[in-house]
Design a protein around this ligand. Structure first.
Ligand code: PLP
Length: 757
């Protein structure tokens, strides 16, 4: 961002009041992890669903920020800092973005649609970049905040802007339209992906169409027409899109939209012909995975334009949190001007090392314990290098979408009365993902509590630097010492346990230690029964070493709203917890609901709910499931394709014999990864390039063979085992189990790759 405002201008714009402070403001921040240098910036303290942005003010101040936009003055006031108080800080940043946008009299192309927005934007930018100075939304910044940030990137050099707009609720597009005020539009696709909050597809279309109210023209595929001047790609666009070096229909359709837009904007057909061969079908997403030698790899090899580079550097800086940072850039040829231009962009971020490599160059050898950002232009083929750095060179991996987890938590939060706290269960490696990665992510989101099953799991989180309160549900008495040493709060379900905890506290000379009381309400697993409460109360009154932080229980049939047992449990919980409340001189939290309970019994949310599987986008309630986003994908690749003639057998036990000419593809996943033996012989299937292929013969320990007869399949083609075609729930059904078991049975050897951090 390169703004040219003063603080007084911004303050006046947002509040109407004059103030004498002419500090130049060049950048807007909203996330302290992205602050490299805070001077000449303004920090918007945004309220999240779960957090109040003010909790980051101190950190921002320490990073040099002196100007803040807040909804409430923070508790601690700094004499050399300025605070602009507004009623809604998101609204304030949008106001600034609108003001900024209105200073530019250049074409602004607004892009919306259920799919394809980002790719159409990237391709159009690629087609325009020789003739225009393009400003575009970084990555897929298309939300209410993302659009504001995209518009704030406008600068005096810009000659055109490409801005994405995405919505999920009625009413949102009006706000985006006012901000973007696009002069031209592209409507990529009208799907049902986000229909959840809309009554019909017409309602969804009407909402999206609002973006184009004052557009000179709008480019749409042939199946969509909007009010005003609609233009469809013509024959020349369609023919040209077929010449791109990829063959799938959806990409070709999206490319024809970008070509048509480029033509309308004024790029000559001849030029477009030249450019088409260089357009790449892309994996747009920045990937993040564990590398060899303790490195963390950020693989962002899609493009090397300066905005993309800056946003990757910011991301690297944000996630490194003090760890060493290394930048590796792949170039087609190491032209000096290009290198020095890149160096200038990278320099302010001060990575400890920057390498410029060409295709085929060996890797620097001494990379260890660093966060490595790998960028490059396509021809430098940095993908190959990124894959060499991947820990356990295993081509199957689990992809975990952090943005989806964030959305899912918000979806549950929306069910709850305001101020209900949220505890996130990260037991069992956070349901098969990775407890520390998810634990840190959740801390950042502002959840109130984390929960684990065993002390070791809590210790691991503490060692990784997680500081939020942690409830340990099943701490065994021998681990109480470790609990206390790591500030972990055990759940207590018997007097014997409580006595052991108190002993440890006395040995450490500690009083007033928080713990949680588990009540027996019908599960008959762990917990105090009514008859034991008097003993518990008198013990607690006598021992100053401990106090009750919360009282909780667990529902046995939370997934079944018609089961009256849950009501009975709620009543018992009410009764037992009231006894404790009456007898103890202090207050404590009460909580009862897990994810499914939150959906079915929100009236019993009490002070807090405990979310587990729901965070990953899984609910047994079909209606509520629509609000959730799946967060796990299991992906692999084709290792080899074999041709079997009639009578040829395949695999162990010759369990499959070809009845006719058959093509089989070998995939590197087996029962040791969690693809169970019972899925063999046609029971299970995977998706190769989007085509369903059933398993041929027996599942091996490390491999399966699948039927690819009649479909295009070659080594390295993408295989999806769980994802868009087969959900965790579908997979569980095939295995005759529940999603919980699927998640917690993925083998440790499958690398976890995180996206959308
Ligand atoms: C695991 C667990 C949860 C979370 O349950 P989900 O069904 O995954 O939401 C909540 N409370 C307790 C006591 C648990 O053991």
């Amino acid at each position: 961002m390169n703004l040219d405002y003063t603080y007084s201008e911004i303050h006046q714009l947002l509040t109407g009041e004059a103030i004498a402070d002419n500090t130049p403001i060049k950048t807007v921040f909203y996330d302290t992890r992205r602050i490299l240098r805070g001077s000449n910036s303004i920090f918007f303290s945004l309220r999240g669903k779960l957090r109040n942005g003010n909790q980051f003010i101190q950190e921002a101040y320490q990073l040099g920020v002196r100007h803040f936009v807040v909804e409430q003055l923070p508790d601690k006031i700094y004499s050399d800092a300025q605070f602009t108080v507004v009623t809604d800080s998101l609204d304030a940043i949008q106001k600034l973005a609108t003001y900024h946008r209105n200073r530019f009299d250049i074409p602004i192309v607004g892009i919306t649609g259920s799919n394809g927005k980002t790719i159409v934007k990237e391709w159009l930018s690629e087609l325009l970049k020789d003739d225009f100075n393009v400003v575009k939304s970084p990555k897929s910044y298309n939300s209410q905040l993302g659009v504001a940030l995209s518009l704030l990137e406008l600068n005096n050099k810009a000659t055109i802007a490409l801005i994405e707009a995405g919505i999920s609720n009625p009413g949102e597009m009006d706000i985006l339209e006012k901000m973007i005020a696009p002069t031209h539009g592209i409507f990529t696709h009208l799907g049902t992906a986000h229909l959840a909050n809309f009554t019909s597809q017409e309602a969804l279309k009407a909402e999206k169409e609002k973006l184009f109210e004052s557009c000179e023209w709008v480019i749409t595929p042939t199946d969509i027409t909007v009010a005003g001047q609609t233009i469809h790609p013509d024959q020349s666009d369609l023919e040209l899109s077929l010449k791109a070096p990829f063959k799938d229909k959806i990409s070709q359709k999206n490319l024809s939209l970008a070509l048509c837009a480029a033509r309308q904007i004024g790029v000559a057909s001849e030029q477009l012909k030249d450019k088409i061969g260089k357009i790449h079908g892309v994996t747009m997403r920045m990937e993040q995975f564990d590398g060899i030698h303790g490195n963390l790899i950020i693989n962002d090899t899609y493009s090397l334009d300066s905005e993309a580079l800056i946003s990757s550097l910011e991301h690297q800086y944000a996630i490194a949190q003090g760890k060493k940072r290394v930048v590796v850039i792949g170039l087609e040829n190491s032209d000096n001007d290009v290198v020095s231009g890149l160096k200038k962009i990278i320099e302010p971020y001060q990575p400890i090392e920057t390498y410029f490599l060409s295709a085929g160059d060996p890797l620097p050898e001494n990379l260890a314990d660093s966060v490595i950002l790998i960028k490059g232009n396509r021809s430098a083929n940095m993908e190959v290098l990124a894959n060499k750095l991947r820990l356990r060179n295993h081509q199957s991996f689990l992809e975990i979408d952090l943005e989806a987890i964030r959305k899912n938590i918000n979806a549950y939060n929306d069910q709850l009365p305001a101020n209900t706290k949220i505890l996130c269960m990260v037991k069992a490696s956070s349901y098969g993902s990775d407890a520390t990665k998810i634990g840190k992510f959740l801390t950042r989101l502002g959840v109130d509590y984390l929960g684990v099953a065993y002390t070791d799991e809590g210790v691991e989180l503490r060692n990784a630097g997680v500081t939020v309160p942690i409830l340990v549900m099943n701490a065994d008495i021998h681990s109480f010492g470790a609990c206390i040493d790591h500030d972990l709060e055990p759940a207590i379900f018997s007097i014997i346990q409580l006595e052991e905890l108190v002993k440890e506290l006395i040995a450490r000379n500690q009083i007033n230690y928080p713990m949680h009381i588990k009540l027996e309400t019908g599960m008959h697993r762990l917990g105090f029964e009514e008859s034991e409460l008097n003993h518990l109360i008198s013990y607690l009154k006598a021992q100053p070493e401990v106090y009750i932080k919360s009282v909780y229980s667990h529902l046995a049939s939370a997934d079944d709203p018609s089961n009256l047992f849950a009501q009975k449990q709620i009543q018992t919980f009410e009764k037992l917890s009231s006894i404790l409340k009456e007898e103890l001189p202090y207050d404590f939290l009460k909580h009862l609901l897990n994810s499914e309970g939150t959906v079915h019994y929100p009236n019993a949310a009490y002070d807090m709910v405990r979310l587990g599987i729901g965070m990953y986008g899984i609910s047994s309630n079909a209606e509520f499931q629509k609000n959730l986003t799946p967060s796990f994908k299991w992906k692999s690749v084709v290792s080899q394709v074999k041709t079997l003639s009639t009578g040829d057998s395949l695999g162990y036990g010759q369990a499959f014999v070809a009845k006719y000419h058959t093509q089989s593809a070998t995939i590197p996943v087996g029962y040791a990864d969690g693809f169970r033996k019972s899925l063999g012989n046609g029971i299970g299937s995977v998706y190769v390039n989007g085509n369903k292929c059933s398993v041929l013969g027996n599942v091996c320990m490390d491999m399966i063979m699948v039927d690819v007869t009649g479909i295009e399949a070659k080594p390295d083609d993408t295989v999806e085992i769980i994802g868009t075609h087969c959900s965790i729930q579908d997979f569980a059904r095939l295995l005759d189990t529940i999603p919980y078991e699927v998640l917690t049975s993925f083998s440790q050897r499958l690398p976890r790759v995180y996206i959308n951090d």
